[in-house]
Design a protein around this ligand. Structure first.
Ligand SMILES: Cc1ncc(COP(=O)(O)O)c(C=O)c1O
Length: 403
């Protein structure tokens, strides 16, 4: 029998290069330990702990009974949902769009992926403020692009400015990713900061992908600024990513969207027509109820998140070696833990935040995501989308470990 002659790798280079989502991995590990009977507290996942509001669930039940839901629908989204997204954009962001500039996707995640796929060619550089959400670099590299991280640390509230972006710009720069309120840091750019970055992008012909999925989750005196409300001239070179997951506690329903110029939306819709076709009709009808309804349920959840935010920040600031900028949006705290690294803790000396996160899970059974998932080592991300009791207990355990 002759030897096989095909020496090509089994897995394509494109997919072999993709890392597992670190946040989902931490969450899975925490859930597995919990299922095995361990008293693990999971602060890893980025999802609200509330059930989806009932009027949304009811709309889905009706939709499931409607035979129209049992068939394919237009790949780019149900017309009624696209119209409702246009109306919601006017209500929440203050500018008009046409339903034709909306593409409904399987979650904001697919919108991110398709946004990069639509505008990035091999070799194009994408400026990515760091710490960044773990999915962006993977989506950029799948499109053949090159991620250029622009790091901003805790001392500057994790915010980049125009000078930092300018220093990273080259003649290969195609796009900039903005995410405010931010996952993982919780930082929220002010109106002035958003405008100055937008004007800089406009002046240099740089596309902007602005991920506004946490738009309704801002606290205290922070305000969310939709990019196109302050620099409307960018509309022709901006893709807005959004979705129902975070605002309406709908992570499992998988509905997001992108809003962009007609040629981008057309190209991305063609792509989606081969990739996934329409988003599940029942989920689209649930999303329609969500975005057409008022924001009462969202306001209630925000009040709870805000209380937990203040609680967690207080508790974390009490831990020696943690530096904790105030998160103003989303539902994450992002302490710098440099002050703890290199210290001996119960016989081991963690030198990276990945080692520290592993130690915390092993010793006190609290799951947090290390900074390495979002850029440089030296940070931990803790989601406060869980009960006050869990937060108090989890931070107490970490404090005791590091005391
Ligand atoms: C910044 C950001 N954008 C987009 C998403 C995608 O959310 P989904 O795909 O659940 O709609 C997430 C989810 O974690 C996120 O944190």
């Amino acid at each position: 029998m002759s030897e096989p002659t095909n020496t090509k790798p089994r897995i394509s280079a494109r997919l072999a290069g993709i890392a597992e989502s670190a946040t989902l991995a931490v969450d899975a590990k925490a859930k597995a330990l919990k299922a095995a009977g361990r008293p693990v507290i999971g602060l890893g996942a980025g999802e609200p702990d509330f059930p989806t509001p009932d009027y949304i669930v009811q709309a889905a039940i009706e939709a499931a009974k409607d035979p129209a839901s049992h068939r394919y629908s237009p790949a780019g989204g149900q017309p009624a949902l696209k119209e409702a997204i246009a109306a919601k954009t006017l209500r929440d962001s203050g500018y008009e769009i046409s339903p034709g500039s909306v593409l409904v996707t399987n979650g904001g995640k697919q919108a991110v992926f398709q946004a990069f796929a639509a505008i990035v060619d091999p070799g194009d550089e994408v400026l990515l403020p760091s710490p960044y959400w773990t999915t962006y670099p993977e989506a950029i590299s799948l499109a053949g692009g090159v991620t250029v991280p622009v790091f901003a640390g805790a001392e500057r509230d994790y915010k980049v400015d125009v000078d930092m972006l300018e220093a990273a710009r080259s003649n290969r720069t195609k796009a900039l990713l903005l995410c405010s309120p931010s996952n993982p840091t919780g930082t929220v750019y002010t109106r002035e900061e958003t405008e100055s970055i937008g004007r800089w992008a406009l002046a240099h012909g740089i596309w902007v992908i602005t991920d506004e999925i946490y738009e309704h989750l801002v606290y205290g005196d922070a305000e969310f600024t939709p990019l196109l409300s302050v620099v409307p001239e960018l509309a022709d070179t901006t893709i807005v990513v959004n979705g129902v997951a975070k605002t309406y506690a709908m992570t499992g329903w998988r509905v997001g969207w992108l809003v962009g110029p007609q040629d981008v939306v057309k190209a991305a819709t063609n792509f989606q027509s081969h990739l996934t076709s329409n988003v599940a009709n029942v989920s689209q009808r649930a999303a329609l109820a969500a975005v057409s309804g008022d924001l009462t349920a969202v306001d209630e959840m925000r009040v709870a998140f805000d209380r937990r935010r203040r609680l967690v920040v207080d508790l974390l600031r009490g831990i020696d070696g943690f530096e904790v900028p105030e998160p103003k949006g989303a539902f994450y705290a992002y302490p710098s833990v440099e002050g703890v690294l290199g210290r001996e803790i119960r016989g081991t000396t963690p030198r990276t935040s990945a080692e520290l996160a592993a130690l915390i899970l092993e010793q006190v059974e609290v799951a947090v995501v290390p900074g390495e998932a979002f850029g440089p080592s030296g940070f931990l991300r803790l989601s406060y989308a869980t009960s006050d009791e869990n937060l108090t207990e989890a931070c107490g355990r970490i404090a005791e470990l590091l005391a």
